[in-house]
Each structure stands twice: as C-alpha cells, then as structure tokens.
Design a protein around this ligand. Structure first.
Ligand code: CA
Length: 237
C-alpha cells in the first residue's frame, strides 16, 4: 500500500501488528505523508534496499529480522546512516530502550501510545532533518496557525485557544473543506485510547467557534448534521 503525492515526505511503517500498522497508516496519510507498510523484518529490508523513505517507524519485535537489527544495518550503510528512525517498543521492553538508542534510533515510543503523540514526534523529527518540508504555518481564509509558537490569528488579531481547541483547529486546517466525523476527531485529537464521549467533541468545537468568530464575523466551521465538522470551503472567499 502506498499513498501520498510525489513531494510529500515518505514514511515506511514496519509493524507486524496489523491493526496498529493500519491505524498508523491511516493517520499518517490523513496528515499528507506518503505511507508504505512492511509487516516483516525481511520485507522491510527489501523495501529499504529498493528506495529510501524520509522516515522509518520501526517496531522492535518483528518476524524474521528484529527492529534493532534493521536499525543497526541502516546505520551501517552510508546512504541510510542519517535516516530518521522512530522505534516502537512494548512496555516490557522499555528498559531496553538504551539499547535501541545505542544502535542509532533517533527517538522511541512505548506502546500503547496515542496517535497525536506519535504524529507530533514524526513532525518534530522531520522538521529537525528537513525543515523546509514540514509546514510550520497553516492558514485558511483569514485564519493563520503557527505550530512553533502555538499562535493563532484571525485577520491579524490574536486568538487565544486552549490546547484541545488548538489541536482541533490544527487538524481541520490540514484539510479545509473536508468533513470529519466526531469519531475521526476523537481518534486524531484525543487519541484512540481516550475514553471520551463524542459529545465532548461538540463542546470543544463550540469553544473553538466562539474563540474564532466575534459577533459580526463569519463562523468558519461547518456542522453537517449526522456527519461531523469541517472548515467551511465558502469561508475562504
Ligand atoms: Ca511486534
């Protein structure tokens, strides 16, 4: 499976747990990355020999060749010596993380982790190695969001948002015009493991709307009854 346009950063996910691989692939594609998945160590080796992605998410325990071994081999080859690698480890292996970092992983995440947490690490790592490829500012119509200093403005006026409203706005701004269901917003903003009622989404959307629009201003967020929320594509004009 491969997704993404030609110029978007390409990420190889190496994970033998099918549901986790699928969840990661879905969310990374939604963020605009090109995604490829390998479910075995030897399959990952083949894909890596064929072409070098921009980042690898590498599970520790894999059939055929372990994540540790793959990482060691990547670091030994000149062309993949500096390839960004995020290792995924199960909690029981956490005390082995030093070993993971000693073979050259750039970062590691302990399972179970939240999707927003992983996406933030991916973005941070990619931005460190190729800042020009990761958008620091998102904007639509009169609204601008700056990821680095976590600032939001509408027509130059500062908008103060809570952390959850900020993440919702960041998520919606990546795909203006697209409608997201409450379940998608829950997964992407709060993370799958969060035990939160879908009505909580409505509450935060309400706060975001209120913060973004003063009395005479257009409300930029569209509600589609029974479907979800998105940036109104008429808002830009
Ligand atoms: Ca595994």
């Amino acid at each position: 499976m491969k997704t993404g346009s030609n110029d978007s950063p390409r990420i190889l996910i190496v994970e033998d747990e099918a549901s986790l691989a699928e969840l990661l692939a879905y969310n990374l594609s939604a963020e605009g990355y090109g995604v490829d998945v390998a479910v075995r160590g030897d399959e990952a080796e083949l894909k890596l020999a064929e072409s070098t992605p921009d980042l690898v998410i590498l599970d520790w325990m894999l059939p055929a060749i372990s994540g540790i071994e793959i990482c060691r081999r990547l670091r030994a080859r000149p062309e993949t010596k500096t390839l960004p690698v995020i290792m995924l480890t199960a909690r029981s292996e956490e005390n082995e993380r030093v070993r993971g970092l000693s073979v050259g992983a750039d970062d590691y995440i302990v399972k179970p982790f939240s999707v927003p947490e992983l996406l933030a690490r991916v973005r941070a790592l990619l931005r460190r190695v190729s800042p020009e490829r990761i958008a620091n500012r998102l904007s639509f119509g009169e609204i601008e969001l700056d990821r680095d200093n976590r600032r939001v403005r509408r027509s130059g006026r500062d908008i103060h948002l809570g952390p959850t409203e900020f993440r919702i706005l960041e998520y919606l701004l990546q795909k203006p015009g697209r409608i997201f269901t409450r379940a998608q917003l829950l997964d992407s903003v709060w993370g799958l493991s969060a035990e939160i009622d879908e009505r909580t989404v409505d509450v935060h959307i309400g706060r975001l709307r209120k913060a973004l629009s003063r009395s005479a201003e257009t409300n930029p967020i569209r509600t589609v009854r029974g479907a979800g929320y998105g940036f109104d594509d008429r808002f830009e004009k």
